[in-house]
Design a protein around this ligand. Structure first.
Ligand code: KG4
Ligand code: ZN
Length: 381
């Protein structure tokens, strides 16, 4: 990514190259994410991904002994990086940004060590980014004049700027590992005002999908069945009412594990599940999650006087949640601005990390490679 300007109307960025290697198909085989499997896959895939975006000719002269020392825990990276550096010159890059948390620590470490290796070889600084900040900042970009990022992601680069919005911002972060309401009164300052006490929203989608025999990741699958249910006359709404956990409690926390348990009970009672039943459960579950997320977000926005609501994280690809939030805001004639990410970039990607990293690089907020660590439970602050 190439960018210029500070956080404001002058800011602009271009995606020069983007590559993504998804482990979804592999995790689908096992019905979920296993830390060591995820780690091994990262170690296998990072160098081939790098080779997809860095096409320089020539060589990078690197102190191989130092590299070996740095990567003593990542033999697979080392084995691939040595021939990579021998066949690729240093690209025109000023800094490398990497996610150092939150997430699965073994997997995060691979990325952190990879960044350290590139930093050593190319003599460029590292910016360590909080994954959740990446989701927030990506949603703050204006995509209206590009409409879709799919062309960007495939070939051409399109210049993008910031969306027009005001602080305070309330961010609803919903992903496979997190469900948080975050208040941001100014850029890069965050205060968590509520979070899940058990499962994350995406995790709930994934677990309920398993109960319904749907593949991983479950979010898009449930969403597809729910949409089908809404179109079908045979599927009766609210035949299997599910709870709206914590919706009316006087706090901004969430809980989704009870919802999953309620689904499990229904599945057991009605086994074997008919197709209609599956559709009904998918719809009711999606509605329950959407009601709770949107209900609490609206209340928090009011209480904290948010001028903008930002939705981020993989679950923000969910059309029902976005639609419900937009409708509630419209019905209240609230002046609150709603920012959601383009569907192609709602789930994890490198662009969001590059964007968040750019603004830290501007402030010369670089990591010390000798102490930089992966932090599984890294918090926004
Ligand atoms: O942000 P993300 O890509 O990874 C994490 O940081 O966790 O989020 C992945 C999560 C998965 O749980 C997946 O099921 C969920 O996002 N997800 C969705 C949809 N698309 C992805 N959940 C609901 N509806 C969707 N359309
Ligand atoms: Zn994420």
């Amino acid at each position: 990514m190439e960018a210029e300007g500070t956080f404001g109307p002058d800011f602009r960025f271009n995606i020069l190259g983007n590559a993504l290697s998804s482990q979804a198909a592999l995790h689908a085989q096992y019905g979920g994410v296993f830390p060591n499997l995820a780690k091994r896959e990262h170690a296998k895939n990072l160098v081939p991904l790098l080779a997809q975006v860095v096409k320089t000719e020539g060589t990078t002269t690197v102190d191989e002994a130092a590299l070996q020392d740095l990567l003593h825990r990542e033999p697979e990276l080392l084995e691939q990086l040595i021939p990579f550096f021998r066949t690729h010159a240093k690209p025109d890059i000023d800094a490398i940004t990497v996610t150092h948390g939150p997430g699965l620590e073994p997997a995060l470490w691979v990325g952190v060590n990879f960044a350290k290796a590139l930093s050593l070889a190319w003599n460029i600084p590292i910016v360590a980014v909080n994954h959740m900040e990446g989701h927030i900042i990506l949603s703050m970009m204006n995509v209206s004049d590009t409409n879709s990022y799919s062309s960007v992601l495939q070939k051409t680069s399109i210049e993008t700027r910031l969306a027009d919005f005001e602080f305070p911002v309330l961010a609803l972060l919903i992903s496979g590992g997190h469900t948080e309401l975050v208040l941001s009164k100014e850029f890069q300052k965050y205060e968590i005002i509520g979070q899940t006490r058990d499962d994350a929203a995406g995790e709930a989608f994934d677990k309920v999908a398993r109960l319904l025999d749907l593949p991983y990741p479950g979010g898009p699958e449930i969403s597809r069945l729910a949409a089908q249910a809404r179109k079908s006359d045979e599927v009766r709404p609210h035949r299997i009412p599910l709870p709206r956990p914590m919706l009316h409690e006087d706090n901004f926390d969430f809980s989704f594990s009870g919802l999953k348990t309620a689904v499990r009970r229904i599945v057991e009672q009605h086994s074997p599940l008919s197709e209609e039943m599956k559709l009904e459960i998918a719809r009711e579950f999606e509605d329950a999650v959407a009601d709770v997320l949107v209900g609490k977000t609206m209340r928090a926005a009011e209480e904290y006087g948010a001028d903008t609501i930002v939705v981020g994280g993989g679950v923000s690809a969910n059309a029902r949640i976005k639609e419900l939030l937009a409708n509630r805001l419209f019905n209240q004639s609230a002046a609150t601005r709603l920012l959601v990410p383009p569907a192609e970039l709602a789930t994890d990607n490198a662009i969001m990390i590059a964007l968040a990293g750019y603004f830290h690089a501007l402030k010369k907020d670089f990591a010390d490679p000798t102490t930089l660590s992966a932090i599984g439970n890294l918090q926004l602050s």
